[in-house]
Design a protein around this ligand. Structure first.
Ligand code: BGC
Length: 405
């Protein structure tokens, strides 16, 4: 009997030694032993939320203790865009900007996606600044507003607002903006004194219309390279930088921290507000919002006075080559044709990922069907972590469902 007990004890001890060494092996990077459901999951650019109420989808954010969102201060950004526009008007000559001299500033509004927090915040920020906000982000809902133009208070009227949805259903569609602008130019003629857009892609789309009324001020958002150049050449009046470098780096840094085994506040502070173990730290401020499990970059107005500081190619030199162990990350982008994601965000990711020794696999959707991304969200066992940019902000479960097994 005693012998049997001794044997069992020895066997249990031996088994736990094997279990321990297996666990150590996993920590050293054997990705296959970590279940998909326990891997880091970072949402970025499209915050899991209700498209109608904007309420954050905390069920998605609490998928596991390694789930975070990386974005930027959307509401603050809307206010920055509004202020950029009112400051422009304040310095403008009423006799020049009011093209038909009727004492009314008529403007047109390009809306990106009626169910996207960023788009809603910008529509609101613009309309609040121009006092045309009715309390509803609906593209067709506005009231008569006012603004100070060159020292004189003038009436402001939103001639028309429109969600720029492509023929295929994709949102933030620049071609749809070109078509809408052609129609507007004919329909409203010299009532058009200004054009404002939820993003640069659609603003640049408007400028593509062959009958765009020459000299009419136009504002975008994103500080994409082509838009910044267009400010330099006087075609675009202003944009807002949502600091794509800070966002792309923070997305990768949080993943790096989680894969390095950091926990608690280290996950969203190391390399972000304090130097990480490799000596890296993002130069710009990125704020953590505990109630949303979100890291948010800040916005800055860009116009003729400072556009040169936002020219493409200026990367964050707070991020240098690390010797961190290589990790594999699967990253989805909702729409391969989105100007901001493909011309600003993706190049930033591709610049910083090798520095953090993150081996990125990028899959891109069509901007309209979640399946265009979800169908490529496969071979999950081959990856150490996931970064998700959804087609619809309420689709998080389509991805987490695939991580369950
Ligand atoms: C950007 C838009 C982009 C959208 C995609 C926004 O933050 O400003 O340009 O189309 O994200 O989700």
């Amino acid at each position: 009997m005693k012998k049997t007990i001794l044997f069992v004890l020895v066997a249990v001890a031996a088994l736990s030694v094997i279990a321990c060494s297996k666990k150590e092996g996993a920590a050293e990077g054997a990705a296959e032993v970590v279940a998909n459901k326990d891997k880091p999951l970072v949402f970025f650019n499209r915050q899991p939320s209700d498209p109608t109420t904007g309420a954050i989808d905390m069920q998605a954010m609490n998928w596991n203790d390694k789930t975070y969102y990386i974005g930027f201060d959307a509401v603050g950004g809307g206010a920055v865009q509004g202020q950029l526009i009112t400051e422009y008007l304040a310095a403008a000559d009423p006799a020049v900007i009011d093209r038909n001299g009727d004492g009314v500033i008529g403007y047109l509004l390009c809306v990106g996606d009626v169910g996207h927090n960023d788009s809603i915040a910008r529509t609101r920020g613009i309309r609040e600044a121009l006092k045309t906000w009715t309390g509803s982000p609906d593209p067709t809902s506005s009231q008569e507003g006012s603004a100070v133009v060159g020292g004189t208070e003038m009436k402001v009227v939103e001639l028309e607002g429109k969600a720029m949805t492509g023929m295929d259903g994709s949102t933030w569609n620049a071609n749809a903006a070109t078509d809408a602008m052609s129609g507007w130019a004919t329909k409203y003629g010299d009532q058009i004194d200004m054009v404002v857009s939820n993003n640069d892609g659609m603003a640049m789309g408007c400028l593509q219309a062959s009958n765009y009324p020459a000299g009419v001020p136009i504002f975008g958002y994103d500080a994409n390279a082509d838009a910044v150049e267009a400010i330099g050449s006087g075609k675009l009046s202003g944009t807002v930088s949502q600091n794509v470098d800070a966002q792309a780096t923070a997305t990768l840094q949080v993943i790096r921290n989680l894969l390095d085994g950091l926990t608690g506040s280290d996950v969203y502070e190391k390399g972000i507000t304090t130097a990480d173990q490799y000596g890296n730290k993002i130069s710009a401020a990125v704020d953590y919002r505990a109630n949303e499990k979100a890291l948010m970059a800040q916005n800055a107005a860009v116009n003729a006075a400072n556009w040169e500081n936002y020219k493409a190619g200026a990367r964050d030199n707070g991020i240098k080559q690390t010797n961190a162990p290589t990790k594999k990350v699967l990253l989805t982008l909702y729409n391969s044709a989105d100007n901001f994601l493909s011309s600003s965000y993706l190049p930033a990711l591709q610049y910083y990922a090798p520095l953090l020794n993150i081996d990125l696999t990028v899959v891109q959707g069509d901007g309209q069907n979640e399946s265009s991304c979800v169908d490529k969200f496969t071979n999950l066992g081959n990856f150490d972590a996931f970064a998700v940019n959804m087609v619809k902000t309420n689709s998080a479960m389509d991805y987490t469902d695939k991580l369950k097994y």
